[in-house]
Design a protein around this ligand. Structure first.
Ligand code: IMP
Length: 485
């Protein structure tokens, strides 16, 4: 058969990006404040907010993941670091708050005060249950007990022996009442044999009240994800106990080596697995086939990232909005329901709304979150304005750290697929999320949708021209700061 060069070009299907569409206003009786933007990140992980922070070394480490989970979303810890460091980041998120802390740091009655002080400092904690060799609780040691004690004294001589405790069935309200009444800040949880089961702290009780929409696991700990390479089983196995989801972090998942490594990987792990990135119907089908259905979500989009030069260098790309719709169609054909995470190119809430309308369940953002207080890296002042560093994981700066080099197939050492620069400082995650979710809710209001699922049904897209893009934004007005005559 001769190759049909003509049709290749002339019958090429259109690819579309966020800037090509608007959401048509629909008949609506929806108040934005009533819109439910909770969602599924995977088959089993539920979020109260459809926002995910990218696994990038200028975006997501523990601080970002904690702040975003408190708002109801989730952070995916990047992998451009040694395995132990990534595990430690995940543990920090899990330790940040929980109703009952299960892996309690304890001390024995025969230890010295100096040991306790060292432990408190190292782990940044202010109280230690004292547990004997029989695992039974014998006392509690707080900062007040050690503050004026001789460092050589034994714990047994300075600890508080009368400990107020709770049983395993204690509720959050009972714990709070008890702690108020007894004027204590730590409440050990024990069984009938006085065996220590966990610890409740007043800080965690308050934190639950402060962040009622936080995304939490069944033990009340914040949700967190971690990025992995499908080739790196060791990393996945080290992380899986401490994270709620493992997220594939390769630029081109539709690669036979990546698919076969992923097939082996999912057999080794029990945690939910998000595959990606992909952006075509064929890639979706091959992913489902290769993983025998053992996939819990799909990361959609190739080449749209704001720091991405993949498409510029290689001309390969599946823009995020297009990728979402391709995957949604393929899943529908396969009669499968899997959350799609739209990843890359999202600049504002409206882009997020378009991605959700096209079939996504959540949106992943690097640029937007890189500008927040909680991203790694300090503020940079340029010309009186503040910025934060942001770089692609395929940029030469990121690649120097080497751990995430295999995100890209590097045929030659010199080809970078990402750029590095700065983004405007936007304030803390809470402020950014409030603004973003307000925008999303307003979009849902215009579309007449009460939830993400409802948006999938009701949203109607309008294709827009370059002239339209120009008209649908402020024009014919000089804005403050632009008054150059
Ligand atoms: P942004 O929100 O538009 O900045 O896009 C962030 C997304 O870009 C990430 O979640 C990754 O999928 C992708 N990405 C990260 N680093 C690179 C890179 O160096 N080149 C291409 N894409 C990247």
């Amino acid at each position: 058969m001769p190759i049909d060069f003509y049709s290749k070009l002339v019958n090429a299907s259109g690819v579309y990006t966020f800037r090509d569409f608007v959401l048509l206003p629909g008949r609506s009786d929806i108040e934005p404040s009533k819109v439910d933007i909770s969602t599924n990140l995977t088959k089993s992980v539920r979020l109260n907010l459809p926002l995910v922070s990218s696994p990038m070394d200028t975006v997501t480490e523990a601080e970002m993941a904690i702040a975003l989970a408190r708002q109801g979303g989730i952070g995916v810890i990047h992998r451009n670091m040694p395995i132990e460091e990534q595990v430690e980041n995940a543990k920090r998120v899990k330790r940040a708050e929980s109703f009952i802390i299960r892996d309690v740091v304890t001390i024995t009655p025969s230890d010295r005060v100096s040991d306790a002080m060292e432990l408190m400092q190292k782990k940044s904690i202010s109280g230690l249950p004292v547990v004997g060799t029989d695992e039974r609780l014998t006392g509690i040691l707080t900062r007040r007990d050690v503050n004026f004690a001789n460092p050589n004294e034994s714990i047994i001589d300075v600890m508080t022996k009368e400990v107020v405790c709770a049983g395993p069935e204690v509720t959050i309200e009972e714990a709070k009442r008890l702690m108020h009444k007894q004027k204590i800040e730590k409440l050990p949880v024990i069984d009938q044999n006085k065996k220590l089961l966990g610890l409740i702290t007043i800080k965690d009780v308050y934190s639950r009240e402060r962040f009622p929409f936080a995304a939490r696991d069944t033990q009340g700990r914040l949700l967190v994800g971690a990025a992995i390479s499908p080739h790196d089983v060791d990393r996945a196995k080290a992380l899986e106990k401490y994270v709620d989801v493992l997220v594939s972090d390769v630029a081109h998942f539709h690669n036979v080596n990546v698919l076969s490594s992923s097939k082996k990987l999912v057999k080794e792990i029990a945690t939910d697995f998000i595959a990606g990135n992909i952006g075509t119907i064929e890639a979706t089908k091959d992913t489902i086939d290769a993983l025998d259905g053992r996939v819990d979500g799909i990361r959609a989009g190739v080449g749209s990232g704001s720091i991405c030069v993949t498409s510029e260098v290689t001309k390969a790309g599946a823009p995020t909005l297009f990728a979402v719709s391709q995957i949604a169609v393929a899943l529908q054909e396969a009669k499968m329901s899997l959350p799609i995470i739209a990843d890359g190119g999202i600049r504002a809430a409206g882009d997020g709304a378009l991605a959700l309308a096209a079939g996504a369940s959540a949106v992943m953002m690097g640029n937007v979150f890189a500008g927040c207080t909680e991203s790694p890296g300090g503020l940079i002042k340029i010309g009186g304005k503040y910025y934060k560093p942001y770089r692609g994981m395929g940029s030469s700066g990121s690649r120097q750290r080497r751990f995430a080099m295999d995100r890209y197939n590097q045929p030659a050492k010199g080809i970078a697929e990402g750029v590095e620069g700065v983004v405007p400082y936007r304030g803390d995650v809470q402020t950014v999320v409030e603004e973003f979710s307000g925008g999303l809710r307003a979009s849902f209001g215009y579309a007449g949708a009460i939830s993400i699922r409802d948006l999938w049904v009701k949203a109607k897209f309008g294709a827009i021209t370059a002239a339209g893009i120009d008209e649908l934004r402020p024009h014919s007005i000089i804005l403050p700061g632009e008054e150059k005559i």
